[in-house]
Design a protein around this ligand. Structure first.
Ligand code: KG4
Ligand code: ZN
Length: 414
């Protein structure tokens, strides 16, 4: 079939992934090699082990993605790779391999921001369903193990621009799921397990106070104003100094305008501490330890195994925790959507796979009269199809990467 075939490569965290996507709208192959088994004993991702596993997996994963797509190294039109954010050592494995392929095959190389990839996973999903009609501005909630961000997205020609209008001040939402699951002896990663157990508990049993999901932006207005006053002053000085580069000047002006706009920040470390306090006050340590040992002894625990090892109190705590996080994510996103008059909502990233988040967001969006789009569950968590999809507009705009670019662990999305 005619079109532009882009090979995407993703290695920013604990998944080695490769995919082929046609013209940003048709997923041809999507291979993900998960490292969960490697990191499980440690209850979280160990960066050195992640790099080693990527090195082991990258070549076979790319080969599989090409062969499942009936493509070859020579037949694809471009190679796209995640530049950041992520673990530097892990990113470098994908980048080095993508550069080697691009150089040896004489194919264009496209560097993609991982967060833009998550946003384009939604677009890929919608285009596959034949939905090409999207209203802007789009407000995208990117919610994963490493990130909780709100981006206001606009399209200029083929390219997209993003304004960050909120982010987590401490833990990402997925990190809170993982830490709470670990604390309750449920293993790693926590999100999928909590998702499956929550419907078996009472979400109203444990009350988490609003202060436990802090709203620092609202609590600390005076400090924020002082901070933004100083920032504006500094931007003013930067602007006055900068007479040469119009593009930089434009960016500084945009930053100055941004600092006046409302922000909707998140915080999830308080709820994790509240769960810990609940465990202490209700003396749950021994039962948690028994659960942890029992589940560790089962190679692949099923839902029945988890349920057999969770009493009512644990299930109620799990359901209440999930409900509190879901309500906070949705509540803040909707307030931001109203403030910025968003026409469309995207919810993406690993936590977007959560069943309660999806169904509650859909209801809330319908009430609010704003369409809400998610990727399928397999495109919500890390994958390379989203990288190949995000690369397509860059391909059309000839926005190619030079051979000397490197991994950027803290790459910002603009
Ligand atoms: O997007 P992702 O695969 O990697 C990052 O970019 O971080 O997200 C992984 C995160 C983990 O924290 C995992 O626990 C969470 O997404 N997650 C979920 C679910 N599936 C994955 N959280 C809640 N419910 C789920 N069903
Ligand atoms: Zn991710």
């Amino acid at each position: 079939m005619p079109g532009i075939y882009i090979l995407g490569i993703e290695s920013s965290c604990d998944e080695t992934a490769a995919a082929v996507v046609r013209s940003g709208e048709q997923l041809i192959s999507n291979v993900v090699a998960s490292q969960i088994a490697t990191h499980q004993p440690y209850g979280g991702v160990v960066p050195e082990l992640a790099s080693r596993e990527h090195l082991r997996a990258i070549v076979p994963v790319v080969r599989q993605a090409l062969s499942e797509a009936n493509q070859t190294y020579k037949s694809v039109d471009a190679i796209a790779v995640t530049r950041g954010p992520g673990l530097a050592g892990a990113l470098l494995v994908g980048i080095s391999y993508a550069k080697a392929l691009s150089y040896a095959l004489d194919k264009p190389l496209i560097a993609v921001n991982h967060l833009e990839g998550h946003i384009h996973a939604v677009l890929l999903e919608e285009r596959q369903k034949g939905n090409h009609d999207l209203q802007f501005p789009v407000l995208a909630l990117v919610v994963s193990g490493g990130h909780t961000h709100l981006y206001l997205a606009q399209r200029r020609g083929n390219l997209w621009t993003y304004e960050n209008i909120g982010h987590t001040r401490d833990d990402a939402a997925g990190e809170a799921f993982d830490k709470v699951a670990k604390l309750l002896g449920l293993g790693y990663p926590g999100g999928p397990v909590i998702d499956r157990l929550a419907p078996h508990g009472d979400p109203h049993a444990v009350k988490f106070l609003p202060a436990q999901i802090k709203h620092r932006d609202r609590r600390d207005h005076r400090k924020e104003r002082e901070h933004s006053g100083k920032e504006k002053e500094k931007l003013g000085q930067d602007l006055a100094k900068d007479k040469t580069y119009d593009k930089d000047k434009e960016e500084l002006q945009a930053r100055r305008a941004d600092s006046d706009r409302p922000h909707f920040d998140f915080s999830f470390s308080g709820i994790k501490t509240a769960v810990l306090r609940y465990v202490e006050v209700h003396s749950l340590r021994d039962s948690i330890e028994r659960r942890r040992r029992a589940l560790t002894a089962i190679p692949k625990p099923t839902l029945e195994d988890y349920l057999a090892n969770c009493d009512r109190q644990a299930l109620d705590l799990i359901a209440s925790f999930q409900r509190a996080v879901v309500e906070d994510l949705i509540g803040k996103t909707l307030v931001a959507a109203r403030a910025y008059e968003a026409a469309t909502l995207f919810v993406t990233g690993g936590v977007a796979a959560n069943s309660e988040l999806r169904s509650t967001f859909e209801q809330a969006g319908a009430q609010e009269g704003i369409p809400v789009f998610f990727p399928s569950r397999s495109l919500s968590t890390d994958n390379a199809a989203m990288i190949a999809a995000a690369a397509y507009p860059k391909f059309l705009a000839n926005d190619f990467a030079a051979m000397d670019f490197s991994a950027e662990a803290n790459l910002v999305l603009r």
